[in-house]
Design a protein around this ligand. Structure first.
Ligand SMILES: Nc1ncnc2c1ncn2[C@@H]1O[C@H](COP(=O)(O)OP(=O)(O)OP(=O)(O)O)[C@@H](O)[C@H]1O
Ligand SMILES: [Mg+2]
Length: 419
């Protein structure tokens, strides 16, 4: 271990020029950290002659590098073993390049961003968004960011509890701030991301964060609709890409495996922001006649309406890297299916008939398994636990509802990976 690391300069030394500097490889994004990691060995290359002629000149730089190589080891879990004994220029240089390539390898592919959407209310959008996020974290080790895009804030309350949610809503650190950006406020950065607090098995919830909503979001949406900013086309584009802008600004995309938007039962500007940022969308449906007509209408509205309009606006608007031009259907998730013990299918006659018709219409997009109607589900939401935490209860576990959600999570995950 070199003495400039084991014996940092005394106070008297500090009065003179710095001999030792301790630098951390930290930056706002993996890309900037990687760039920094590359700068260390490059700067050694540039100063090779200087090092050769005056060994002491290399001390500060080697001090930096020794420390950096060690510290970043814990952060990036790479294989810089034995760095303490190795402070020769060539070895350290090699290791710094090791840090760099390791960060490159770990630079995650962008998060899969999906919207859970249906203009019909009460079909189980929020229940699905919540249990999908919990299932991805619990069974697939995924990091998930939930974004509540509904001013009713049901998802926020489930994830945070009403007291915490109320405090956050009062502080204003909610998704609303993203939309206020169009009305003149600055983008909020990461302060609107909160750790979730749901559930009884707390280990996996650490991988689920939430951007909550608040009731004011509805007013903001109305204001957004009637506000304009300069050129009409740019104005329309800007107000629909506020979420894209925030994701880019915060770089959250590289930190999560999935970003899930729980949309309100509407397809207005806030939902359009979710669509603009999403690679895919999931439609929860209850097997009823209204959905046989409603689901094709919704698909058409998203793909032929919203996506086409956004793409026309994008041609004239500012470049927006987080804008996902094509939003693809992940699938329809059947929820609240009523079982009928006497029916051959296991479902009531009415639901059997609608399920057959949906299967004819949607083929492989009608995902399985279906989620049963169960009195246990409202209880899990009130208790703020995912269904997986209620495996031993009469109304969830015995009815197999946790297994339905677990399998559905696996099905959805496979589909989302293809987006
Ligand atoms: N499979 C189910 N069985 C029984 N009740 C359910 C089921 N899924 C959801 N619910 C209940 O139905 C109600 C609506 O569910 P949820 O809030 O998930 O729907 P939503 O589509 O998000 O509604 P909104 O359009 O208001 O946002 C809730 O009270 C919830 O507890
Ligand atoms: Mg909802």
């Amino acid at each position: 271990m070199p003495k400039w690391v084991t014996q940092p300069p005394s106070r008297r030394d500090e009065l003179g020029p710095h001999k030792t500097r301790f630098l951390s490889l930290s930056g706002p994004s993996n890309a900037s950290v990687r760039e920094l990691a590359g700068e260390y060995p490059s700067s050694v290359d540039e100063r090779t002659e200087e090092f050769a002629s005056d060994a002491s000149a290399s001390e500060p730089l080697l001090g930096d590098m020794t420390w950096t190589a060690g510290t970043e080891r814990s952060r990036f879990d790479h294989t810089l073993v034995g760095y303490r004994a190795s402070y020769r220029v060539d070895i350290l240089k090699r290791r710094m390049y090791g840090v760099r390539s390791q960060i490159q390898v770990q630079d995650p592919a962008v998060a899969k961003r999906v919207s859970v959407i249906n203009f019909k209310g009460g079909v189980g959008k929020t229940t699905l968004a919540f249990n999908l996020a919990a299932g991805l974290a619990r069974y697939h080790d995924a990091r998930v960011l939930l974004v509540d895009m509904d001013h009713q804030s049901s998802l926020s309350i489930v994830c945070l509890g009403s007291d915490v949610w109320r405090n956050i809503a009062e502080s204003g650190d909610t998704v609303n701030r993203v939309f206020k950006n169009f009305l003149g406020s600055t983008l909020p950065g990461r302060k609107i991301i909160h750790n979730s607090r749901f559930g009884e098995h707390k280990s996996y919830r650490a991988r689920v964060d939430i951007v909550p909503a608040n009731l004011d979001l509805d007013d903001t949406e109305i204001e957004l609709t009637s506000s304009h900013q300069g050129n009409a086309i740019k104005s329309e584009w800007n107000k629909r890409t506020l979420m894209c802008r925030w994701i880019e600004d915060t770089d959250v995309d590289s930190e999560y495996d999935y970003i899930i938007f729980d949309c309100a039962p509407a397809t207005k500007i806030v939902s359009q922001n979710a669509i603009a940022a999403s690679h895919g969308y999931i439609i929860p449906v209850v097997p009823e006649a209204v959905m046989e007509r409603g689901a094709p209408h919704l698909r058409n509205m998203i793909q032929a309406g919203i996506d086409v309009k956004l793409s026309a606006l994008s041609a004239m608007g500012d470049a927006m890297p987080m804008y996902a031009p094509e939003t693809r259907l992940v699938g329809l998730v059947v929820t609240r299916v009523q079982t009928g013990p006497r029916a051959a299918s296991g479902y009531t006659d009415d639901h059997t008939q609608h399920l057959q018709s949906l299967a004819r219409q949607w083929g492989g997009f009608l995902l399985e398994p279906y989620v049963s109607q169960g009195t246990g589900i409202p209880g899990t939401l009130t208790d703020r636990v995912p269904v997986y935490d209620r495996q031993n209860t009469q109304n969830v576990g015995r009815r197999g509802i946790h297994t339905q959600f677990r399998e559905l999570t696996a099905t959805l995950r496979a589909r989302m990976e293809e987006l």
